[in-house]
Design a protein around this ligand. Structure first.
Ligand code: DHB
Ligand code: MG
Length: 233
């Protein structure tokens, strides 16, 4: 027996309930302070696209960083420093966040955000294509947590570097692992979905990773892939 289709009123109700839950979760579990709000205002004033992670995703990154006792965090793709602020705030005073950013304007804005957050000593932004900067990080490895949120086309290559720069027990988190289901279409509908489909295949097949993906953006249409690095048996 097939279920009757929901009518407009039921759909509106479902949407309102989801919206209510999201707002309550954000208010209670991931309130934004002035620094985070200013980072978004600065980004908007500079016409940087509003594609940063959600507050709850930021809080999840903090919890994950604390779970793996992160002292060194690597971020690939900085935008205006919003996710970096959540991440760097989970570090101990002698901890370090290194954030890689291709766009010098974005890097400047992120530095301003980190300075305003009092994180200037802990959070460093390096400018250039990530694939050029990543080899220079070998001497600074291992990183305890690596967050990948840059151009999706190169995500699989960033994953290879993330594993190289990790230790057993490091967490590798990538944003945009679902792309409204585009990653599961054959073929994926666009370059971003194609890049993240390849990323997902790689984390699922990799002998040293145990992974999960969860829809955890504001509307449940995109979310994080989370992998933990295991010993090679
Ligand atoms: C895009 C990139 C992101 O990292 C994101 O979270 C959403 C969209 C984009 O390039 O369109
Ligand atoms: Mg993203």
């Amino acid at each position: 027996m097939s279920q009757p289709l929901p009518n407009d009123e039921q759909l509106r109700h479902d949407f309102q309930v989801r919206d209510f839950i999201n707002r309550e979760l954000q208010t209670r579990f991931a309130p934004e302070d002035a620094v985070l709000r200013n980072s978004l205002s600065r980004a908007q004033a500079e016409h940087i696209p509003a594609i940063q992670i959600s507050p709850l995703q930021g809080k999840l990154l903090q919890v994950l960083a604390l779970t793996c006792g992160a002292r060194k965090i690597l971020e690939i793709g900085v935008l205006a420093g919003y996710s970096g602020t959540w991440l760097a705030r989970s570090l101990p005073p002698d901890g370090k966040l290194i954030s890689l950013e291709i766009n010098p304007k974005h890097a400047e804005i992120a530095r301003a955000t980190f300075a305003e957050a009092g994180l200037g000593d802990r959070a460093e932004v390096r400018v250039g294509p990530a694939l050029d900067l990543l080899p220079e990080l070998v001497s600074e490895a291992p990183f305890d947590l690596i967050f990948i949120d840059a151009d999706k086309r190169n995500s699989s290559q960033y994953l290879d570097w993330a594993i190289t720069l990790s230790r057993v027990g490091s967490l590798i988190v990538a944003d945009n692992a679902i792309r409204s289901g585009g990653v599961f279409q054959t073929p994926p509908p666009d370059e971003n979905a194609r890049g993240m489909a390849a990323y997902n295949s790689k984390i699922l097949e990799h002998p040293r990773l145990v992974s999960v993906a969860i829809p955890n953006d504001d509307d449940g249409m995109d979310g994080f892939a989370i992998s933990i690095v295991q010993p090679l048996l």
